[in-house]
Design a protein around this ligand. Structure first.
Ligand code: AMP
Length: 120
């Protein structure tokens, strides 16, 4: 599969500081910030700083350091947001996954019971 990263996507603009974000956590390889349209009391997005389009792209091509930095950010968000009761991590991917922003991100959603994973 070919991955053609578009550096004009909104998360690339956030990473370049061209539009603001409400940062929760940042390290060398990842940024975590509040979703602009929260679906639950906690709704944070974790994104890598590198140009990866999707979960599979990141898993395939990101370095071990980038992957470690990303998951350190996930852990920091879980600590900071008080998610001991649980949460859901979601990475929507391409068309069938209804991914709107083509820069890899994991939604960390929680703060209340979330119901079943899928309603079909
Ligand atoms: P997805 O459908 O998985 O690509 O989700 C993209 C998410 O990005 C949605 O939940 C949007 O609310 C969120 N979003 C879009 N623009 C911004 C922004 N400027 N700051 C924070 N979150 C955003």
């Amino acid at each position: 599969m070919e991955y053609a990263y578009d550096d004009q996507n909104i998360f690339a603009k956030i990473l370049r500081g061209e539009i603001p974000n409400k940062t929760v956590y940042e390290n060398d390889h990842a940024l975590a910030f509040h979703d602009i349209q929260p679906q639950a009391p906690v709704h944070v997005l974790v994104i890598p700083k590198g140009p990866y389009m999707s979960l599979d792209h990141f898993a395939r091509d990101a370095s071990a350091d980038e992957q470690a930095g990303f998951f350190q950010a996930v852990a920091a968000v879980c600590d900071q947001m008080g998610l001991e009761e649980g949460f859901r991590g979601i990475s929507n991917t391409r068309g069938h996954g209804v991914q709107e922003v083509p820069h890899y991100h994991m939604h960390i959603i929680g703060g209340k019971p979330l119901g079943r994973m899928l309603s079909v």
